[in-house]
Design a protein around this ligand. Structure first.
Ligand code: SER
Length: 584
């Protein structure tokens, strides 16, 4: 069965069972700057899972285009993908466990004709938050799952939540036995030896988790997800998704074009090409930020692998055409965007080729210096500088080093890279020096919003505006500033619009450390300059704002939501006060 046939069977089966077929949302979430890409079918449906009525009713089904990049470095093995399609069906407060399980069983065994011996299922084992799901186990047994094919696991395996907070619940997962020999006596679905492959996940979403813990949702939902590429591979008896018709034409072409034979590289090229094309067709463009950066990385990784196989980069256009021809039946948007996709990828390729040659020059300079000193090891900090400043990938540095008879200290690079990552992570976890560890997520957002407000007021009212006071709670910000007239409605609106524009632009918030004098020379905003020591931290928000501050701040303005001024009033003579909120 081809992938598109599986997709159609799925949608039609659920349609016949009272579900409305809804279209896939674009990969890039609409009106949601806080998420990079849709990563699951449930994501565009969150408001409805929380209780808002869906215009199409309580039973829905769709295919959802998804991109997940947490495992990007694993792509090249026999299973990881960054782009995939998730088939799903939803009950928004309608049917629950029994009917959901019945339908899944029937679809797998009747529609897809999977022999029941090949199926195993897992259910939630129970803990202090939620009882053992014996009911689901019974439903599976009644449906026809064989004795000994039902397993109980804890939260690590059988609980689903997108991220840290939100709608969630116990799930039941279905596994396909590939027929490979068991790796040990204990081999079971939770084992990742490859014998069992997870094929479908039904989440019984009846809880909501926030900082305080779990509570019950207004309604009992079902949210299911079935990975199309994986199912296609299994039903076709293939070892990897790259052997199915989804990738085969491109894989074959790469085999024909390559001068060096590395299967992992061919997979990376084929996989990243498809992801990039899907992202571009949905409006994505390469940049140094967030989504754009993910796309840039995908394209650049692909180019590097093409270089590795010594494939002429001019062949990109052929590869794109081939993929459009192959995949347009499933994704008509590819045909519509054929030329656009080519243009974006080829432009990015040209830029990367320049980066590479630039980096290579820097690399040569470094190597000449080292050689003159009689050294044959390139220190990690040089590898890191090439990476951080020139965008020069460490793998390329390593290859070039080998060609030059040099070694590189990857360990030191890894250490520096980790430190760099941890710094950003510490940022997002709001662990800051200066006793601010208890500052919550909302307060952190308001800190950053305050900087944006300060900058916006300067633009709207004039450079005489300076901060005179600030007070932040989890509910609102309060900002006092020098200005001696009541703000007009128009001025308030302009200020709001500017702040929201910057939020939309997803500007990264950078923390810089520098000497106080330097900061002042750079024109950094500071309320009580004398209060700070010699070395100060300055928060830079793109070209918008530069302010001395102890933090904490969000990492990117896109995290803030929508900014709204609630009140503007006099605070004291020549000082106005604004109260404003962020709406999630
Ligand atoms: N949300 C669940 C998943 O991603 C089921 O759709 O697996």
């Amino acid at each position: 069965m081809r992938a598109i046939e599986i997709r159609n069977k799925y949608l039609n089966y659920f349609k016949a069972h009272g579900h409305k077929i809804i279209p896939s949302s674009p990969l890039i979430p609409e009106n949601d700057p806080s998420v990079l890409f849709n990563t699951a079918g449930m994501q565009p449906l969150v408001p409805y899972l929380l209780g808002e009525p869906h215009p199409e009713g309580k039973r829905l089904t769709d295919y959802q285009k998804c991109v997940r990049t947490n495992d990007i470095d694993e792509v090249g093995d026999n299973r990881h993908l960054t782009y995939f399609e998730m088939l799903g069906n939803w009950s928004l407060g309608d049917y629950f466990k029994e009917e959901s399980i019945k339908m899944s069983f029937e679809f797998l065994t009747k529609e897809l004709q999977i022999p029941v011996e090949k199926l195993s299922v897992t259910v939630f084992a129970g803990d202090e938050d939620c009882p053992r799901d014996e009911f689901s186990a019974k439903c599976w047994k009644d449906a026809g799952i064989l004795d000994g094919h039902i397993y109980y696991y804890g939260k690590d395996d059988n609980w689903w939540i997108a991220g840290e907070t939100g709608p969630c619940g116990p799930d039941t997962e279905m596994f396909y036995d590939t027929g490979k020999p068991a790796c040990s006596e204990n081999c079971q679905p939770s084992c990742d030896c490859g014998k069992y492959v997870e094929i479908w996940n039904n989440v019984f979403m009846e809880y909501f988790k926030d900082e305080k813990g779990y509570s019950k949702l207004k309604q009992q939902n079902v949210d299911t997800g079935l990975g199309l590429e994986r199912m296609t591979m299994l039903l076709q008896g293939k070892e990897t998704p790259f052997d199915t018709e989804l990738f085969k034409p491109v894989m074959d072409k790469l085999f024909e074009l390559q001068k060096i034979d590395i299967i992992e590289s061919r997979r990376i090229i084929a996989e990243h090409l498809r992801s990039s094309m899907m992202i571009i067709a949905d409006g994505g463009r390469p940049s140094n930020l967030d989504r754009g950066y993910v796309l840039r990385r995908l394209i650049r990784r692909m180019i590097r692998q093409m270089n590795k196989l010594q494939i002429d980069l001019n062949e990109l256009s052929t590869l794109i055409d081939l993929n459009v021809d192959n995949l347009s039946e499933m994704y008509p948007e590819l045909e519509k965007n054929r030329e656009n996709i080519k243009q974006v990828i080829i432009e990015e390729k040209d830029k990367f080729v320049k980066t590479l040659s630039h980096g290579e020059r820097e690399f040569e300079k470094e190597v000449n210096k080292l050689k003159a000193q009689g050294k044959d090891i390139i220190e990690g900090k040089i590898v890191f500088r090439l990476y951080d400043t020139y965008g020069f990938p460490p793998e390329v540095t390593k290859d070039l080093a080998t060609e030059n008879g040099m070694k590189i200290s990857m360990e030191e690079f890894d250490k520096l890279f980790k430190e760099h990552q941890e710094k950003s992570r510490a940022g997002s976890e709001q662990k800051f020096k200066g006793g601010l560890a208890s500052t919550g997520e909302m307060e952190t957002k308001y800190h950053t919003a305050t900087h944006l407000l300060n900058a916006a007021l300067k633009q709207v009212l004039g450079s005489h505006v300076h901060q005179r006071g600030s007070n932040i709670t989890a509910e609102r910000l309060r900002f006092d500033f020098s200005h001696d007239a009541k703000m007009t409605d128009e001025e308030k609106k302009q200020t709001e619009d500017l702040v929201n524009k910057w939020i939309k632009e997803a500007i990264p918030v950078e923390k810089l450390e520098m000497k106080k004098d330097e900061a002042i020379a750079m024109g950094a905003e500071a309320m009580f300059i004398e209060k700070y020591g010699d070395v100060v931290s300055v928060y830079k928000i793109g070209d918008v704002s530069l302010e001395l501050c102890g933090g904490p701040h969000v990492q990117n303005t896109s995290e803030l939501g929508v900014f709204k001024i609630k009140k503007e009033e006099s605070s004291s003579s020549g000082v106005r006060r604004i109260k404003a909120v962020l709406i999630a």
